[in-house]
Design a protein around this ligand. Structure first.
Ligand SMILES: [Zn+2]
Length: 344
């Protein structure tokens, strides 16, 4: 992530707490189970939800029955899995054991999936609470762009309820399906084209760390374009080599999930480079010295212009314009500067 969200308490956070309380209750009486009843096993709020949703009640019952029928050690494992999977920040930092659905005891898998996917699909947003959460968050955040790529917008809440991504995807980690520390607004492209159901915690059997969504990472991601080739008359897109630093696990995970360098290359640089050169040209026309530009002066001015863009500024794609103009300056190419000089 290029920046983090603020976390705040909201009505939408209650469902996960109610389910956590239900699981605690079931775990407490696991050795001496009694037949399931919402009065016994659900808090008043969850009981109320069940009264208007027979499906919810039957899925809670199915989960309860499967859970209390497990052996004590299997039950301990499932309960620990629920707690560990929901320690989202610790999971992302690779400081807790990972429990995927297919690693849980077989008898509990289907009831888990049925209950938690139902909770997400039919209970979490009931009464428009997710929409209300987005309205509040949208008004709170200063940057209205997607923090996962910085090149697509987040939408005004009156037009669209932003997609919320399960960082730990709900098919692999259903226990975290309604935990708002795991659910974050995300741009539609990042969500539907790039991240989809990729596993944020593991790739090719190897655990990995990822950025936490609600805490500053302290990592400043930087883009460099060294080794690129500028657009020419014959090749208007140019050949862009996008290098992202620092080299660390969270950044590698971010690149894998959102394919950002490729997107910066294909969807920003290849289509904007010519326009961005044109923008510099306009500024150079205005700033033309009384005795005219020379190659050296123009190059020095390009260096100054590059410095007006900040690599940490995600508005208006400045984080990409900064390395773009810096690359042009450092390239020091007569093939680029001479025709530019002649056009001024
Ligand atoms: Zn995005």
């Amino acid at each position: 992530m290029l920046w983090n969200y603020p976390y705040f308490d909201h009505e939408v956070c209650r469902l996960h707490e109610q389910i956590a309380a239900f699981l605690l209750e079931a775990n407490n009486e696991g050795n001496n189970p009694r037949s399931f009843s919402t009065a016994r096993h659900c808090c008043p709020e969850l009981r109320q939800r069940c009264e208007s949703a027979a499906k919810l009640k039957s899925k809670l019952r199915a989960f309860y029955n499967a859970f209390v029928s497990l052996t004590p050690s299997a039950r301990r494992k499932v309960f620990k899995a629920f707690q560990d999977v929901n320690a989202i920040d610790a999971q992302l930092a690779n400081r807790r054991q990972r429990y995927a659905l297919n690693g849980l005891p077989k008898a509990i898998r289907a009831p888990t999936k049925n209950l938690f996917l139902y909770l997400y699909k039919d209970a979490l947003g009931a009464g428009g609470v997710v929409k209300a959460h987005w309205e509040t968050l949208y008004e709170t955040i200063q940057r209205k762009g997607c923090p996962f790529c910085a090149i697509e917008p987040l939408h005004y809440s009156g037009f669209y309820k932003q997609d919320y991504d399960h960082l730990l995807c709900k098919e692999i980690y259903p226990f975290a399906a309604v935990n708002m520390r795991n659910l974050v607004p995300i741009g539609r492209d990042c969500n539907t084209i790039f991240k989809r159901s990729k596993d944020i915690l593991m790739k090719n059997g190897v655990r990995r760390r990822a950025f936490r969504p609600f805490a500053p990472s302290g990592v400043q991601i930087k883009v460099a374009l060294t080794g690129s080739r500028l657009p020419t008359a014959a090749d208007k897109k140019g050949r862009w080599k996008v290098t992202v630093t620092p080299r660390r696990q969270e950044v590698a995970t971010w690149i894998d999930l959102f394919e950002t360098p490729k997107r910066y290359k294909k969807e920003v640089l290849e289509s904007n480079a010519v326009d961005w050169i044109g923008e510099f040209r306009k500024v150079a026309v205005i700033a033309k010295p009384a005795d005219g530009w020379s190659i050296q002066r123009l190059r020095a001015f390009l260096g100054k212009y590059a410095k007006t863009f900040n690599r940490a500024d995600y508005n208006e794609r400045h984080f990409l314009k900064a390395p773009f103009y810096d690359f042009l300056h450092k390239l020091d190419s007569p093939d680029f500067l001479k025709p530019l000089l002649n056009s001024l």
